[in-house]
Write a new protein. Structure first.
Length: 112
């Protein structure tokens, strides 16, 4: 089992801060907001016959697997992700990570 998890949340542009606040409230130590484009089944829009690809906020948070469910549930609650068209969130096991030494040191100090 992976010792680190990545929570990926994709929401409408402007909602990334809400995701980040919710994840930190539930125990995440931080996150990164990226901007992307994409269309889901609830967003197929056209202007003058040209398809529009709405911008998205993509929030990445690295955490421990034992915290990931609580963080994910707080994101779902805060951003109403159960409602169609609001976004998507998922957890991915991380095989290897560098650059988050604070997580790795905590892991070696008692989270085996």
């Amino acid at each position: 089992m992976s010792k680190i998890s990545l929570i990926v949340t994709i929401v409408r542009k402007g909602w990334g801060d809400e995701v980040l606040e919710a994840s930190m409230k539930a125990g995440a130590e931080g996150g990164t907001i990226l901007v992307g484009r994409g269309v889901g089944v609830h967003e197929k829009q056209k202007i003058l016959g040209i398809p529009i690809e709405p911008e998205k906020d993509i929030v990445l948070s690295v955490t421990y697997p034992d915290k990931s469910e609580a963080i994910l549930q707080e994101i779902v609650r805060a951003c109403d992700l159960e409602k169609p068209g609001t976004g998507i969130a998922f957890v991915v096991p991380v095989e290897r990570v560098v650059g988050v030494s604070h997580l790795l040191h905590k892991n070696n100090a008692g989270r085996q």
